[in-house]
Design a protein around this ligand. Structure first.
Ligand code: G3I
Length: 353
C-alpha cells in the first residue's frame, strides 16, 4: 500500500509535469516547420513513460520506425511479406495525428538472407528491387509524408564521394538509384521521395558526392523531392551552425526540400558538465540550421531516451563502445541541457528567414 502510494506520488510529481509540458513539436510548428519528430520501435511501447512521451503530439509531430520498415523485416522470405510491426507504428501515428517518415526502401544493410545469398543477374535483381519498392510503398500509400527511397548510397569514408560497392551497384549499376525513385513515385505520387545520407552535413568529397547523386536522379528525369541529413554527431566532430546552413543551401539550391532525419549527439562516458554543454551546442546548432533554412521541413531525433538509444549499454558490442547518452532524456527521464537548449532556442531565438 505504502509503496503503491509512493509510486503514484512519484509519478504525479515528477513524470506528469514533464509530459504535460513537452512541446518541441508545438514550438517548431509555430515557427513554420512541419514537425519535430522521433525515431521509435514497437518493443519500446512496453514502457509506459516512454509511450506517453511518444503519444504526446505537442512533443513529437512525426514518427519514423528505426528498423521495422527495413527489407529484412518487411520481406523476410522471397514471397513473404510482413507489415505487422510497421503497421503498429503507422497506426499509432495516425491515431495521434502525427506524420510518418517512412524508412527505408533500398539500402545495403539489414537485407534478408535469401536476397544477400541469392544468385542474381542485373535483370532479375532489378525486378526484385522494383517489386519490393512497389509493394511496400503501395501498402503505405497515402500514409507516409516522406519515404527514404535510397539510404547511404555513398562510401562510409567522408573523403570518398563515390558510390558504395554493394549488391545494388555491383549487379545493377548506378541506375538502380533512379529506378528505385521512379517506381516509388509511381506507387505513391503524393509521398515526398528522399535520398537519406550521413556525413554530408559538412563540406567535403562525400557532401559533393551526394549532390552528384541528386543531379544523376534529376538528369534521369525522375522525381526526387528531398535530401535527408542524418546528423549523427559527436561534439568533437560536428559541423557548426554556419557550415550546416551552407551545406543545406547546396541541396535546396538543387530544388530539394530537406530534413534533419536522425539527429543524435553521442558523448564520451562518463559524462561531465562540459560535455553535456557541448552536446547542447551541437543539438541547438542543428535545430537552428534547420530553422534558418526555409526548405528544411522538419527535424527528427533518432529516439529521445538514453535507455533505448542505438548507442548505449544495450548495443555496445555493436556500436561505439565508450560513447553514449546521445539522446534528449537521461535514462532516469531527466531532461538534458540539450533538451532545454532546443526548447529555449525554438522559443526565443529569431530565425533568419
Ligand atoms: O533482430 C535481431 C535479433 O534477432 C538479434 O538477436 C540481435 C543480436 O544482435 O540483433 C537484432 O538485430 C539488430 C537490429 O538493430 C534490431 O534491433 C541488429 O543486430 C542491429 O545491428 C540493428 O541496428 C540498427 C542499425 O540501424 C542497423 O544498421 C539500429 O537499431 C537502427 O537504429 C539503425 O538505424 C540506422 C538507420 O537505419 C540508417 N542510418 C544510420 C542509423 C544508425 O545506425
Amino acid at each position: 500500500m505504502y509503496s503503491s502510494l509512493r509510486i503514484l506520488l512519484y509519478t504525479t510529481l515528477t513524470v506528469l509535469p514533464v509530459l504535460v509540458s513537452g512541446q518541441l513539436n508545438d514550438l517548431a510548428q509555430r515557427r513554420g516547420k512541419l514537425y519535430f519528430g522521433t525515431e521509435t520501435e514497437t518493443w519500446e511501447f512496453n514502457d509506459t513513460t516512454y509511450l506517453s512521451h511518444l503519444n504526446n503530439v505537442r512533443e513529437f509531430g512525426a514518427l519514423v520506425p528505426g528498423n521495422s520498415m527495413k527489407w529484412e523485416v518487411i520481406q523476410p522470405g522471397r514471397y513473404e511479406w510482413n507489415f505487422t510491426l510497421a503497421d503498429q507504428i503507422v497506426d499509432l501515428a495516425e491515431h495521434n495525428g502525427q506524420h510518418m517518415r517512412c524508412h527505408n526502401l533500398v539500402w545495403h544493410e539489414q537485407l534478408p538472407g535469401w536476397l544477400v545469398n541469392g544468385t542474381w543477374g542485373k535483370e532479375n535483381l532489378t525486378a526484385v528491387m522494383i517489386d519490393h519498392v512497389v509493394r511496400e510503398v503501395t501498402h503505405y500509400k497515402g500514409k507516409c509524408y516522406a519515404w527514404d527511397v535510397v539510404n547511404e548510397v555513398l562510401n562510409d569514408d567522408p573523403n570518398n564521394g563515390t558510390l558504395r560497392s554493394d549488391m545494388w551497384l555491383d549487379i545493377i549499376g548506378p541506375e538502380y538509384i533512379a529506378i528505385a525513385f521512379e517506381h516509388a513515385a509511381r506507387a505513391d505520387p503524393h509521398a515526398k521521395l528522399y535520398y537519406n545520407e550521413y556525413d554530408i552535413e559538412f563540406k567535403g568529397p562525400k557532401h559533393d558526392g551526394a549532390m552528384k547523386v541528386v543531379k544523376m536522379i534529376q538528369d534521369a528525369g525522375v522525381r526526387i523531392d528531398g535530401i535527408g541529413f542524418e546528423s549523427h554527431f559527436t561534439p568533437s566532430t560536428a559541423p557548426g551552425l554556419q557550415e550546416q546552413m551552407d551545406c543545406m543551401k547546396d541541396f535546396t539550391d538543387l530544388g530539394l526540400e530537406l530534413a534533419v532525419t536522425e539527429l543524435d549527439v553521442r558523448i564520451l562516458l562518463p559524462d561531465s558538465p562540459e560535455e553535456l554543454e557541448q552536446q547542447e551546442t551541437v543539438y541547438v546548432d542543428t535545430v537552428e540550421a534547420c530553422m534558418n533554412t526555409e526548405k528544411c521541413v522538419g527535424m527528427t531525433v533518432w529516439d529521445f531516451w538514453d535507455q533505448n538509444s542505438w548507442i548505449g549499454p544495450l548495443t555496445w558490442d555493436l556500436y561505439y563502445n565508450g560513447y553514449g547518452e546521445a539522446d534528449l532524456y537521461f535514462a532516469n527521464w531527466t531532461r538534458k541541457p540539450a533538451y532545454t537548449g532546443i526548447e529555449s532556442a525554438l522559443k526565443h531565438r529569431p530565425s533568419h528567414w
